[in-house]
Design a protein around this ligand. Structure first.
Ligand SMILES: *Cc1c(COP(=O)(O)O)cnc(C)c1O
Length: 312
C-alpha cells in the first residue's frame, strides 16, 4: 500500500458565515469546512476511512470491501482512497445493474474499484453476520467495512476532527447531518459540547438508539421539512443555491444542504435560540451533485457554478 495519503494531515478552516433570509433576518454561525479536506475525498468519509486503510494495511488485508447505493459518497470516497493508496477495493452496490453512465459508479470503476451489484433484498442483509460471512467466503482476505464507513476504526478519525475543532474555535453547540450516525457519535464521544443532528434518512431505530445514548446532550430530529432522503424539493434546491450565492460555500441538498435548510429557515424546529453560537460541520459530499443532475432531480445549468466551486 502507498501510504503517502496518510502522512497528509490537513487542517480544514473554520469560517464565520452570515446568511440573510428573505424576511431580512440575518443569521451568523461558524462552518467547519471539511468539504475541503482532500482533493478527491470530501468530508467525513475521509475522516472515517483513514484509519480503516491503516487497519487494512497493518493487519495485512488484501483489500477493502464495502456497501453503498448507486450514488453513494462513501463508495466514491473509498474508490478514490483505494486508487491513491494503490490498494484494491470492492463496492457492493444496491442496484439492478451497474449503470456505466452513472457518474459515481463510472468514476469508481475508473479508479479500479470492483463493482458488484446486490438486489434490494440482498442489500437489506448488508449488516447481517451470516450474509457477510457468505461474502467473505468469496473475498476471504478483504476487510469488510459497513455502509457509510461507520465502525470502530472510523472513530479514531472522527476523534481527530473533534480535537481539531476544539483547538480552532469556541462555540455553544455543533450541528451535523446524520446518515448512519457514525459522525455525530464520533463528535459526541470526543467533544464536551452538546450537538444537533438532522437525520436525512427516516430510521426510527437509529434515532431511538442515539437519543438513548446521548440523552439531552443531543437534539436529533428527522428532517420532514425538505423531503425524504434523496428527494430534492424546489425550496431546498433554491435554498442551497442561495446559500452558495451569499456565502461562497458550495453545499449539496442531500446532507449539509438539508441541515442548513433546517438551521436557517426552520430554527424553531431545532430549538435554536437566536444568540446561540452554532458550529456547522460541512461533511462534504459534493460529488453527489453530478448524480442528482444525472437523475434530473436538479438542473445542470443552475448548479454549474456550485460544481465549479467544489474542491473535488
Ligand atoms: C455519509 C455522509 C453523512 C452522514 O454521515 P454518518 O456518519 O453516516 O451519519 C453526512 N454528510 C455527508 C456529505 C455524507 O456523505
Amino acid at each position: 500500500m502507498n501510504t503517502d495519503f496518510f502522512n497528509f494531515q490537513p487542517v480544514t478552516p473554520v469560517q464565520q458565515v452570515s446568511y440573510q433570509r428573505s424576511d431580512k433576518k440575518k443569521l451568523t454561525f461558524l462552518v467547519k469546512r471539511d468539504d475541503l479536506i482532500h482533493p478527491l475525498v470530501s468530508g467525513n468519509k475521509w475522516r472515517k476511512l483513514k484509519y480503516n486503510l491503516n487497519l487494512a494495511q497493518n493487519a495485512n488485508f488484501a483489500g477493502i470491501a464495502s456497501f453503498g447505493g448507486a450514488f453513494s459518497n462513501h463508495i466514491a470516497a473509498l474508490s478514490a482512497l483505494g486508487h491513491q493508496a494503490e490498494f484494491p477495493t470492492i463496492g457492493f452496490i444496491r442496484t439492478d445493474h451497474i449503470d456505466s453512465k452513472n457518474p459515481t459508479l463510472r468514476l469508481a470503476k475508473d479508479r479500479g474499484m470492483t463493482l458488484i451489484k446486490l438486489t434490494r433484498q440482498e442489500y437489506r442483509l448488508r449488516n447481517d453476520p451470516g450474509f457477510i460471512t457468505s461474502l467473505k467466503v468469496q473475498y476471504p482476505d478483504y476487510l469488510f467495512v459497513p455502509e457509510g464507513g461507520s465502525n470502530e476504526a472510523a472513530g479514531a478519525g472522527l476523534k481527530e476532527l473533534a480535537d481539531e475543532i476544539s483547538q480552532q474555535c469556541e462555540f455553544d453547540r455543533f450541528a451535523v447531518a446524520v446518515g448512519s450516525g457514525g459522525t455525530v457519535s464520533g463528535l459526541m464521544d470526543n467533544l464536551p459540547h452538546n450537538g444537533i443532528g438532522v437525520a436525512v434518512v427516516r430510521d426510527d431505530t437509529l434515532i431511538t438508539n442515539l437519543t438513548k445514548k446521548y440523552g439531552n446532550r443531543l437534539t436529533l430530529k428527522y428532517n420532514p421539512i425538505s423531503g425524504k432522503y434523496g428527494k430534492v424539493t424546489p425550496e431546498l434546491a433554491e435554498f442551497c443555491l442561495d446559500f452558495f450565492t451569499q456565502t461562497g460555500i458550495p453545499v449539496e441538498p442531500i446532507y449539509t444542504g438539508k441541515l442548513l435548510f433546517n438551521l436557517c429557515l426552520h430554527r424553531e424546529y431545532l430549538n435554536i435560540p437566536d444568540d446561540e453560537k452554532i458550529l456547522v460541520i460541512h461533511t462534504g459530499g459534493l460529488q453527489g451533485i453530478s448524480g442528482l443532475i444525472y437523475r434530473q432531480k436538479i438542473s445542470a445549468s443552475d448548479w454549474i457554478s456550485v460544481i465549479e466551486a467544489t474542491a473535488n
